[in-house]
Design a protein around this ligand. Structure first.
Ligand code: FEO
Ligand code: CA
Ligand code: CA
Ligand code: CA
Length: 606
């Protein structure tokens, strides 16, 4: 009953009604205020956003596109002032630029001779100017924000404000830095790389640096590797090149026929020292190279720091990295290279409920020269192949992974895998359209442990459809269930919040949103809807501040699957429904935005 749920649940907010429309919706008693939109100024002297006259120079000074990870780093220990760090994962050109979309009618003849017509969108290939705007709209933003009279606002003259783009100079560090496979025409040192791309989730380290994970890097490369090139198998394992973007037409490092090693310099974890806006971001090769979803961390009992890492692809793996050094809470500088030395592990989930963490260490087991790994650099550059040889467990798309320091448990979002034909205990559904969440319990609550146990917290999807096989608690309402868990957060009280990606696309009658999920006691497996996004969007970056009074969330690609910039109808997840959120102004395109959620009158969220 409701009374029972109320008595055992860690949450008490009134649930939002699930559904789909052009606006976002927050639980009654809360405000959801747009804080930063694509194109907003990041610096006092930045130009105003002019969507019809976009330029690289303007975009480099403005908030980027498709906000994903969001973190908050307090300044001087204050609750009311800090740095918001935000990833800009990718660009949706059909929503960003007018006049570039053509709708084609495609006729298909079925076996019985009947003809159906569908609409397909064609986006004109980017010219050099558009490519450079795209590159400037990628990366990340560091921006000071302040809370004034209970509401957050950007501080445009913040001394630490910074835009990071696909052209920002970065340093490769750790075991693979400088290796011959990391050397390019433009950089014979193998240590200097320009930019970061497809920064999905991320993290904030215990020492206050900003982590950007490089995820779907394959789309940025085009061309054909020279015949017989030694990186052919390595690139194929990652789907490189995928030619989604036209960058390689104007920047030869993204053309694998011209500078074949450049793609080895992407797919890493990037660390940014936000306290120095002139600092060179570092690509930390010790944490491996794959389609990094994020890197959330926890300080273990012995002071080493453990980073949980997902590789977001069907049948890829769950990893963790354990630093060799000890976190020093009293000396920030002493922690600045902790990510260059440690052990990377990959998970094997046994059917009997045990989990084993297998070290990806050169010389161990099959990771030897006989298998093409001459050094730790080779193991890291081809992390996936090394993990294949260790017989890690292929998972249903590992996304964000969040340790809970209060309980010693860790939550793994497995978003979906409709290509799974054979189930196992940790990936229990074939054709897994809605995903599931695994809870890992490390041995003796020690996050550095190499063994532990696991169980499934919840199999996602609509519990009222028996074939789906969802396992939300019976207290979960028709609004409370979700599919496709993606990003997540554990708040200061140890409560789990899950953001989703794909509910619009799957035609579930609901958009993506933020759900509160009970993990303890009788209410375990109960989910309720706190916030939902406009049509076409996914929800990213949920981050609840330490004082529990502000939830920062990132509304990514609103209107995707709906109308383009010019209002052309196009194949839509929901026919006739699109949005110009958050401005609702015909002169303004739809804009991905970061939203600050607060309780009306102030107070603790949830
Ligand atoms: Fe960028 Fe795996 O989501
Ligand atoms: Ca994600
Ligand atoms: Ca997270
Ligand atoms: Ca996603």
């Amino acid at each position: 009953s409701d009374a029972q749920a109320a008595s055992t649940s860690a949450f008490s907010f009134p649930e939002v009604t699930a559904g789909v429309d052009a606006d976002h919706h927050i639980a009654q008693g809360y405000d959801a205020d747009v804080l930063l939109r694509w194109g907003d100024k990041v610096f006092a002297d930045a130009p105003d956003f002019d969507p019809l006259n976009q330029s690289e120079a303007a975009q480099e000074r403005q908030f980027g596109y498709n906000n994903d990870f969001v973190g908050f780093i307090p300044l001087d220990g204050a609750d009311d002032r800090g740095l918001l760090v935000v990833n800009h994962e990718y660009t949706n050109d059909h929503l960003m630029f007018p006049g570039i979309v053509t709708i084609r009618e495609v006729e298909e003849t079925a076996e019985d001779g009947s003809v159906t017509t569908t609409q397909e969108i064609e986006v004109a290939e980017a010219d050099e100017s558009r490519v450079n705007i795209e590159m400037a709209a990628h990366g990340g933003t560091v921006i000071e924000i302040r809370r004034v009279d209970g509401k957050w606002q950007p501080v445009l003259d913040g001394a630490l404000n910074r835009r990071i783009t696909a052209k920002t100079e970065m340093e490769l560090t750790g075991p693979a830095a400088g290796h011959a496979r990391m050397q390019t025409l433009a950089d014979p040192s193998g240590r200097k790389v320009l930019g970061t791309v497809n920064n999905c989730a991320g993290g904030v380290t215990p020492w206050g640096t900003y982590i950007m994970a490089e995820e779907n890097i394959h789309g940025y490369f085009l061309g054909t590797l020279p015949a017989g090139h030694p990186e052919a198998a390595n690139y194929e394992r990652l789907g490189i090149p995928d030619s989604t973007y036209a960058w390689g037409n104007f920047h030869e490092r993204f053309d694998v026929s011209k500078d074949p090693n450049e793609a080895n310099r992407f797919g890493w974890i990037v660390e940014v020292d936000v306290m120095d806006p002139a600092s060179t971001p570092r690509k930390r090769t010790a944490l491996g190279r794959f389609k990094h979803e994020g890197a959330e961390s926890v300080v273990a009992k012995d002071g080493r720091v453990v980073f949980y890492l997902g590789d977001d692809e069907r049948f890829d793996y769950v990893y963790k990295f354990v630093t060799a050094g000890i976190f020093n809470p009293d000396d920030r500088a002493a922690n600045m290279d902790l990510l260059d030395d440690g052990t990377l592990y990959v998970a094997r989930f046994h059917d009997d409920g045990r989990v084993q963490w297998l070290p990806l260490t050169h010389g161990d087991g099959p990771l030897t020269a006989a298998n093409g790994f001459a050094s730790q650099a080779d193991v890291l550059i081809e992390t996936r192949r090394a993990a294949d040889l260790l017989e890690a467990t292929p998972m249903d798309r590992p996304e964000d992974i969040q340790p809970n320091p209060l309980t010693g448990r860790t939550y793994v979002m497995l978003t979906n895998n409709t290509r799974r034909e054979e189930a196992n205990a940790a990936n229990p559904r074939v054709d897994n359209a809605f995903g599931h969440i695994i809870e890992i319990i490390e041995e003796e609550g020690d996050f550095t442990a190499t063994t532990g146990t696991w169980e499934i917290l919840v199999k996602c999807g609509d519990p009222s459809i028996a074939e789906v096989g969802a396992t939300f608690s019976t207290e979960t309402t028709a609004n409370g269930w979700f599919g496709m868990p993606d990003n997540c957060a554990v708040d200061a009280d140890g409560r789990l919040w899950v953001a989703t990606d794909g509910n619009s696309m799957a035609d579930t009658g609901r958009t993506d949103g933020l759900w509160a999920v009970d993990t303890e006691g009788e209410a375990r497996g109960t989910s309720r809807l706190f916030y939902r996004v406009p049509v076409g969007a996914e929800l990213c970056g949920p981050f609840l501040t330490q004082d529990m009074t502000t939830f920062f969330v990132a509304v990514q690609h609103p209107a995707d699957g709906g109308d383009d910039w010019d209002g052309h109808g196009r194949p839509s997840y929901y026919e006739d429904l699109s949005t110009r959120w958050p401005d609702f102004d015909d002169a303004m395109p739809v804009r991905p935005s970061v939203v600050a959620i607060t309780k009306q009158g102030g107070g603790r969220i949830g």
